[in-house]
Design a protein around this ligand. Structure first.
Ligand code: SF4
Ligand code: SF4
Length: 227
């Protein structure tokens, strides 16, 4: 039977130093804790007063999308669906349609008749705006998208279409006289032609006024021109 090793006095001294260390910690811990508090008291405050003070995002923050217009108010979207195909979350739904001279939404052959983005699915990755060949689709800095129903998270074309700026007339309206689609993309159209007025949206059931031929760029008709 083997003998147990004899305990030496060193263990006793370790015990007493352990006790004094524990006592030191007991004193130091609160002081160290208050040290953190005191340091924080003199640091710049990071608290944001949102929503009372609106949050300023980074300039390239990926927020809600926007469908852009040409400088005369016609729409840049050509209904090609490339954005929808690029979307990894299947959040975009597009239906294109043909423009006519009586009801023209974009300078070229086609336009986006139906355009929807489902923000219950969208992860704001920006792949759709990279895919858009006409820069019709971009992202704004708006991030307050939360809502209480799924339906309200599906944004329609009316909600996504950019507002009217100075020199624009709401679509549909006639193309700038003497210009073609390429001229629009070369930046040759800088505002609506004088006398341009909105055409009646025939596909939505609007009727032309009897005294004005559809597609006219003359006197005011139908809905008011945008400012
Ligand atoms: S930002 Fe991304 S997830 Fe959202 S619609 Fe565009 S491609 Fe889809
Ligand atoms: S937003 Fe751009 S990519 Fe999407 S349908 Fe319109 S033109 Fe095509």
């Amino acid at each position: 039977m083997s003998e147990k090793p004899e305990l030496t006095g060193s263990s006793g001294s370790a015990g007493s130093s352990g006790e004094s260390g524990a006592a030191g910690e007991k004193f130091q811990n609160p002081v160290a804790g208050f040290g953190v508090t005191f340091k924080a008291m003199f640091k710049k405050r990071l608290t944001e007063q949102y929503p009372e003070t609106p949050k300023v995002t980074a300039p390239r923050f990926h927020g809600r999308h926007q469908l852009n217009r040409h400088p005369d108010g016609l729409e840049k979207c050509v209904g090609c669906e490339l954005c929808a195909w690029a979307c990894p979350a299947d959040a975009i739904y597009v239906e294109g349609a043909d423009n006519t001279e009586e009801e023209r939404y974009s300078p070229g052959e086609r336009y986006g008749r139906v355009y929807q983005i489902n923000y219950a699915r969208c992860i704001l990755c920006g792949l759709c705006i990279e895919a858009c060949p006409t820069r019709a689709l971009t992202m704004t800095n708006e991030f307050e998208l939360a809502n209480t129903t799924r339906e309200s998270l599906i944004y329609t074309k009316d909600e996504l279409l950019a507002g009217l700026e100075e020199g624009m007339v709401d679509s549909p309206h006639a193309i700038f006289p003497g210009m073609d689609e390429q001229d629009y993309y070369r930046g040759l159209v800088t505002e609506a032609a004088p006398g341009t007025v909105p055409q009646p949206a025939l596909s939505k059931g609007e009727q032309p006024k009897s005294d004005e031929p559809a597609g006219s760029t003359g006197a005011q008709q139908g809905r008011g021109a945008g400012a």
